[in-house]
Design a protein around this ligand. Structure first.
Ligand code: ZN
Length: 319
């Protein structure tokens, strides 16, 4: 890194404490104090993992937890979206199938390589033993559009696209009989939503679509598992409020003719009192405001982040 100002995340080096929380006879949440979560579904004849951790070596810790509760084979890996920190551990599970939405597949084709380089550069701590990641991309072996069901024996798991939000391809996993939902990064809890590849105008409606399913428990992308309907509602509200507050502030700045730098400073100072205590707040805000500014001006779809664009943006806003 030639820049004198590094990303906020590059100074974030403290290891987090992992929890493996049982939500039902079939559902578990692997969470780590705001680091990326992994969902686990144990069916009659197989195990499904939802989001993989960032590297195959990190996946081994998830497998260790799974082996404490079942010896059934891990057949399925579901990618809730394309971000490297969610997918690059996939090979560690040696799954039979890797499942993602067609929209997520398209994003891997379009921007997977750039995203991988950019994410590893932004947040080295999250890519423990990064040398264990195989070269190239993690390719889904099954894609779907809209909705699909898998039966792990008698247990139905639905994979559903409820709308755009964190990315174009967001997929939730849903246990309809138990009303347990794995949201990926569509919902965060006590953690700042990353919105650098987001659709701000669509995200609140997608959260309303989750709420309409009335989950009794929800595993967010980051933060503790939400184990009661009240906690689920709080997680949905916190995420929705943050996305709306960022976008409202950016839209107001754009309407007043301000440039990105001015909009960033105003939005940061407006949001810090309410959300500044959430993990990765300082890391996410420059990316989130830049994307919101793009969406409010010229770019309906998120522009591709590259390692170079990351550094330029950071220098412009934080340098
Ligand atoms: Zn993500």
């Amino acid at each position: 890194m030639s820049s004198s100002k590094t990303f906020a995340s590059q100074a974030d080096l403290e290891a987090k404490k992992v929890s493996f929380t049982k939500l039902s006879e079939n559902a578990y949440a692997y969470t780590a104090e705001g680091d990326p979560n992994t969902g686990v579904i144990v069916g009659d004849d197989a195990v499904m993992v939802i989001d993989t951790q960032a590297t195959p070596v990190m996946a081994q810790d998830v497998i260790r937890r799974i082996r404490e509760v079942t010896d059934k084979p891990i057949k399925y890996v579901v990618l809730s979206h394309y971000h490297a920190v969610r997918v690059l551990g996939a090979s560690g599970y040696e799954p039979e199938q890797i499942i993602a939405s067609r929209d997520t597949f398209d994003l891997i084709v379009e921007r997977g390589e750039q995203d991988k380089a950019s994410e590893i550069g932004r947040f080295p701590r999250l890519f423990q033993a990064v040398e264990s990641v195989p070269p190239g991309m993690t390719w889904p072996t099954i894609t779907f559009s809209g909705r699909m069901s898998l039966w792990l024996g008698k247990l139905e798991v639905q994979l559903i696209q409820l709308g755009r939000g964190h990315t174009k391809g967001d997929t939730v996993a849903w246990l309809p009989e138990q009303k347990i939902l794995f949201s990926g990064d569509l919902v965060e809890f006590d953690a700042t939503p990353y919105a650098g590849d987001a659709y701000f105008s669509d995200w609140p409606q997608t959260l309303d679509n989750i709420a309409a399913m009335q989950p009794r428990a929800l595993v967010p992308g980051r933060g503790a598992a939400l184990t009661t309907p009240e906690q689920v509602a709080a997680g949905l509200k916190g995420t929705r409020d943050f996305i709306r507050d960022v976008y409202a502030s950016v839209q107001a700045g754009v309407a007043a003719g301000q440039d990105l730098n001015a909009v960033y400073k105003a939005t940061l100072s407006q949001l810090k009192p309410k959300y500044g205590h959430w993990v990765i707040f300082d890391h996410c805000m420059p990316f989130d405001v830049t994307r919101a500014f793009d969406e409010a001006t010229a770019y309906r779809d998120p522009r591709i982040w590259t390692a170079e664009r990351d550094v330029e943006m950071w220098k412009a806003l934080e340098g």
